[in-house]
Design a protein around this ligand. Sequence first.
Ligand SMILES: NC(=O)C1=CN([C@@H]2O[C@H](COP(=O)(O)OP(=O)(O)OC[C@H]3O[C@@H](n4cnc5c(N)ncnc54)[C@H](OP(=O)(O)O)[C@@H]3O)[C@@H](O)[C@H]2O)C=CC1
Ligand SMILES: O=C(O)[C@@H]1CCC=N1
Length: 270
Amino acid sequence: MTTIAVLGAGKIGEALLSGLLDGGRDAASLLFTEKHPGRGAELSARYGVEAVSVPDAAARADVLVVAVKPQDIEPLLADLAPSLKPDTLVVSLCAGLPTSLYESRLPAGTPVVRVMPNTPMLVGKAMSAISPGAHAAEEHLALVEDLLSTVGEVARVPESQQDAVTALSGSGPAYFFYLVEAMIDAGILLGIPRDLAGRLIIQSAVGAAAMLDEGGQHPVILREAVTSPAGTTIMAIRELEKHGVRAALLAAIEAARDRSVELGKATEDR
Ligand SMILES: NC(=O)C1=CN([C@@H]2O[C@H](COP(=O)(O)OP(=O)(O)OC[C@H]3O[C@@H](n4cnc5c(N)ncnc54)[C@H](OP(=O)(O)O)[C@@H]3O)[C@@H](O)[C@H]2O)C=CC1
Ligand SMILES: O=C(O)[C@@H]1CCC=N1
């Protein structure tokens, strides 16, 4: 079985380990590296996966999944480059970082695949978008697709779209969590106890997501079906429009895209 090492088992690295194990992968085929020995020991105990050093991961794994913050990439690549085996596939989960950055720091010909996943990986419902670097062939893309399809859906996109994808689906779960949090607060405002407000809103979100996913109908049609003439929903929609919520979402997602571009540029400038 292919050995996979996750370099940086923080929020998304841990979500990947946990999602792969839930998807049936053998813990013996997984490795991870962590900066802090305490966290390494905690994760090993929780998942039964071995914590190793970066050079050990490079020596033993067929696939290295980079999951450190973009700001931490340079020391990691400097650590990795001398011990990397020629055919090792490098998979980057890092926002903004182009495959060309890895290609310029790692041995010539290293295959690199850029991925933008999201945290619903933890429950097997990730949306991941993948793009090949200059030396990644179909077999590499197929391997990454196979790996990530155990933790959710996978789409192939040109690398030029990855910053936009990061803003949409990479950060996307946070926008929905923010909305749910604000709607629960509205329940509190209306005098509903917090637990009940949470159940009302979360089950509405789950139901709406299932209709979007399974029903095949456009969101406008689904919203119109809730919006009765002179009813309650249209009064709420008028307030959302008055407060510029649609424009705020467009601006917010554009700002996230711009930040992804900036994170990539910051490494180019070093
Ligand atoms: N969180 C998310 O929803 C998503 C994140 N991503 C991307 O995933 C990457 C990680 O994000 P996230 O998980 O949120 O961040 P975290 O900070 O939670 O995780 C990164 C982990 O890597 C550790 N680390 C840093 N340098 C090294 C190193 N050289 N060797 C081993 N471990 C190291 C960090 O330790 P320490 O904290 O001590 O520095 C930390 O535990 C980012 O590049 C982000 O853009 C992509 C999609 C979604
Ligand atoms: O906020 C971030 O930078 C990362 C990338 C996408 C989701 N979280």
